[in-house]
Ligand binder design. Structure first.
Ligand code: FEO
Length: 393
């Protein structure tokens, strides 16, 4: 359990969760890390902790650098328990340490741990000198909870960004240029944004604006690798995602009962392809909704398909609609489709969600009774072509 020195006197002392495969409903096929950072100066600072079950791993890394009793400040950038879960034990190991947190962090920590820790409560822009270095705090509410803040070290041009810029990847390597390649990092950062940060894109924009005046050479989040070589690329990606900028491509998400809705899905695909629009097909029976959200993040047009079952959509689509509504992707073009037997209600239910998200729904939904015939599928293909032409406008 070795610490990793990320800058002179600043150590990564986090925990690696190799086996985690589900993070509150988000599939984490590559595991994750909880990153804590130890700063050795005239004052000793630990920024964030790890999930409770990785406390011993973090402690071993800290002990390889310093006696934990020497820690002066415990900065809690975020109350969520993947970062504060080891705080109570850490306070016990460092009895002279002062907890530093945001106003909402103070309230959140009290609700979680029922302790009166008398923290130092900081506001945006507040600074704390720790010797040769300064800690400067910026509140970043809703990225990802109301309590979130980030810690900036101007002398190091280092931003400890907590959840922002995170990715769920378990690895012993700490820097972006040491991990596989940009494609893997980009995919995991995009999945993380789509499943965790997307509903708070307006707050991300505000946070990016607030941080834009700072000199930053390294961003060290609380999950995954540290951005350094690829920092310009991830900053550009965050700007794009926060502005709901998408690519001219279509995503078809569907489930099917007896194959009719799937036939409609493939005819729509053919029409879109005829117009040169790249299409991603996602069958809800085979792909997890958290993976589909990565496709949602990049796709300008989203087509949702379900047959009508029991006066509504299939449960798989129902679950996806609930997830989608919560994550609130904006500025999309929508089209609903599905088959029905005697009550045609699924298309209306899917369109209602599209309307609730303020998507543009330029064409009537496609609903076909029982089994589509060749002529009907040709008409569906035409709808796909029209949609394809609309996407390119
Ligand atoms: Fe990584 Fe919002 O916790």
């Amino acid at each position: 359990m070795k610490p990793i020195e990320i800058k002179t006197g600043i150590y990564w002392v986090g925990g690696i969760d190799w086996n985690l495969r589900n993070f509150h409903g988000y599939l984490t096929q590559r595991g994750t890390t909880y990153n804590a950072y130890l700063i050795i100066d005239e004052k000793v600072v630990l920024v964030d902790t790890v999930k409770h079950y990785l406390f011993d791993e973090m402690l071993a890394r800290i002990r390889a650098v310093i006696d934990p009793a020497q820690i002066d400040y415990l900065v809690s950038n975020h109350v969520e328990m993947d970062h504060s879960g080891s705080l109570p034990k850490m306070i016990a190991m460092a009895p002279n340490a002062k907890v530093v947190t945001s106003p909402n962090g103070e309230k959140g920590l009290r609700r979680h741990y029922k302790e009166e820790w008398d923290p130092l409560v900081v506001k945006s822009g507040d600074t704390l000198s720790i010797g040769k270095r300064t800690l400067q705090f910026f509140l970043t509410p809703m990225v990802h909870w109301p309590d979130n803040m980030v810690t900036y070290l101007p002398e190091e041009k280092l931003l400890l960004s907590n959840d922002a810029f995170g990715q769920h990847i378990a690895t012993t390597e700490r820097f972006d240029d040491a991990v596989d390649c940009w494609d893997v990092l980009q995919e995991e950062a995009a999945k993380y944004y789509a499943n965790i940060v997307l509903p708070y894109s307006d707050q991300v924009k505000r946070a990016l604006d607030a941080l834009s005046g700072l000199e930053i050479e390294m961003v060290a989040p609380s999950h995954g690798i540290i951005w350094s070589a690829y920092l310009p690329r991830i900053l550009e990606a965050y700007q794009k995602w926060a502005n709901n900028e998408t690519e001219n491509r279509a995503l078809i998400v569907y489930d099917t009962m007896w194959g009719s809705t799937e036939k409609i899905a493939y005819s729509l695909l053919e029409g879109l392809e005829a117009e040169g629009i790249p299409v991603t097909m996602r069958n809800l029976k085979t792909i997890h909704i958290s993976d589909i959200m990565t496709d949602v993040l990049r796709s300008k047009a989203i087509l949702l398909g379900s047959p009508t079952l029991n006066m509504g959509v299939l449960p798989t689509m129902g679950g996806f609609l609930t997830y989608l509504k919560g994550l609130r992707p904006k500025k999309r073009i929508g089209l609903a489709f599905g088959s029905y037997g005697w009550g045609c209600l699924a298309v209306k239910e899917m369109e209602a969600v599209m309307n609730a998200l303020s998507w543009h729904v330029p064409f009537e939904g496609v609903d076909i009774q029982y089994i589509p015939d060749e002529a009907e599928l040709e008409k569906v293909k035409e709808v796909g072509k029209q949609l394809g032409a609309f996407i390119k406008k």
